[in-house]
Write a protein that binds this ligand. Structure first.
Ligand code: 5CA
Length: 439
């Protein structure tokens, strides 16, 4: 992509309305624009990140045996009357009446709709287990939308819903999702700590929140410092393994949100206890038969008897993750994207846009980088070097390649690692190899 034609409205100044760094940087980097309180448009750069996050979420959901579908955003009220939540959900639900005076709503979550799809189509125990997910926009009319995409009113969520024949099978599915969540967040460069949680309006009796430790988190959390050394991606474990030992291992270290933490009875000695702020990026719930019972769902069991399936539901805040990743990975100059979610693999800076040799070298590099699968943002604008460096640092691509007349005379370009800030001169070919090798 050429920056001269790309829609990337960068802001020099810090927007007054943004209180936390991720919100400030998302606005300054031209990723989002607010359309009304807690509702945002995703501009091209922001959308690229959102899509990359979706791709990782999808890959791990699929690997864990969940199947993707897509349910609508607008739902009929009658399903929510069946579960009893139409009245319970309160002011957070956006209620709509259509031209035939039918009560509709903009979905804040999808338990009722998926349970209805299930009961209409699945009749036998032979069709179980099923775990179905979608990545869809939700609306919750939060009293205080704030911090940009972190607490929005409209936000993108991955929500999966599982149906199992009995408790033991449902527990296995819960464990699979537990592993999928740890892997998903780790692949985005995030360290998340699973914490026992309250179930709130979703219901059920077992639940974990996945918390990213970050100074600007909305909740106070406590955990064993040993969590900081944990690395789930280096753990050899397969979704088809018996995951109970894994689950036990990953819940054995102490971790609790403010609501669950009891200082007087905390099992971790003070020197090992980490007290920090946290951002909730996902939550898993074991629901039991709360919805299947309320909505009269049953399948024929092995002897023809009706069995009420056990459910679980599993949410990931896809749009919130964009903010959470920035909170966890930025510096004074801007965002520092982990390569797995970066909007482009590399940025190419032409220091002298009017210079024939610089332009020729840049064009050649641009072509080879893209051909090699390194999606490249090429700053071909006639701006000052300072403005180009600042823009590249702000948008935080993992690699910058700087092409200038002085370097070209020596046959080199400069490669900068955005994370470490290290700069090194090398041939264009070596630059390409360096970036390819790091992927
Ligand atoms: N039905 C279940 C999951 S299937 C559910 O709705 N769970 S939830 O309420 O915990 O939401 C799932 C995730 O969505 C949360 O962990 C959080 O990361 C994200 N989320 C919730 N509310 C908001 C919001 N207002 N803005 C941005 N993300 C949100």
């Amino acid at each position: 992509m050429r920056l001269s034609t790309y829609f990337l409205p960068l802001l020099r100044e810090n927007p007054a309305e943004a209180q936390i760094v991720s919100h400030r940087l998302m606005l300054r980097a031209g990723m989002i624009r607010q359309s009304s309180a807690g509702i945002y448009s995703w501009l091209p750069l922001g959308l690229r990140v959102l899509r990359n996050i979706e791709t990782i979420v999808r890959a791990e959901q699929d690997a864990a045996g969940a199947q993707e579908l897509l349910m609508p955003t607008v739902q009929p009220a009658e399903l929510w009357r069946e579960s009893g939540r139409y009245d319970d959900y309160g002011e957070e639900m956006l209620r709509i009446r259509d031209r035939h005076e039918r009560d509709m709503l903009y979905g804040p979550t999808n338990e009722e709709l998926i349970t209805d799809i299930f009961r209409q189509n699945i009749k036998s125990y032979r069709d179980l287990p099923k775990n179905l997910y979608h990545i869809q926009w939700k609306f919750r009319d939060e009293v205080r939308p704030r911090f940009g995409v972190m607490r929005g009113r409209e936000f993108l969520m991955k929500d999966a819903y599982s149906f199992d024949l009995d408790l033991a099978a449902a527990r296995k599915t819960y464990n699979k999702m537990f592993l999928a969540y740890l892997r998903t967040f780790a692949r985005m460069g995030l360290k998340t700590v699973p914490m026992r949680a309250h179930t709130g309006p979703i219901g059920g009796d077992l639940s974990h929140e996945f918390i990213v430790l970050a100074d600007t988190g909305e909740s106070q959390v406590y955990c064993d410092k040993a969590w900081l050394e944990s690395d789930v991606l280096s753990t050899e474990v397969d979704y088809d393994d018996d995951l109970e030992p894994f689950f036990r291992q990953w819940t054995s270290l102490y971790a609790a949100t403010d609501e669950k933490h009891d200082a007087a009875n905390c099992p971790v000695p003070p020197d090992r206890l980490l007290s920090a702020r946290g951002i909730e990026v996902g939550q898993v719930f074991f629901l039991g038969n709360k919805y299947t019972k309320a909505m009269n769902v049953s399948v024929a069991g092995p002897n023809g008897e009706p069995v009420v399936p056990e459910m679980g539901c599993y949410g990931i805040g896809v749009s919130r993750l964009v903010g959470a990743i920035i909170e966890a990975s930025h510096d004074d100059a801007g965002i520092v994207w982990p390569a797995s979610v970066a909007p482009f693999g590399a940025g190419l800076i032409n220091l002298r846009a009017g210079d024939a040799a610089c332009t020729e070298a840049c064009e050649a590099l641009y072509t080879t980088l893209n051909k090699a699968g390194v999606d490249t943002l090429y700053d071909d604008r006639a701006e000052s070097a300072g403005a180009k460096f600042a823009a590249m640092d702000l948008i935080g691509l993992p690699w910058q390649i700087v092409v200038g007349p002085r370097g070209l005379q020596k046959g080199v370009v400069e490669v900068k690692d955005r994370k470490t800030g290290q700069r090194e001169e090398m041939t264009a070919e070596a630059a390409l190899n360096r970036i390819k090798a790091a992927r």
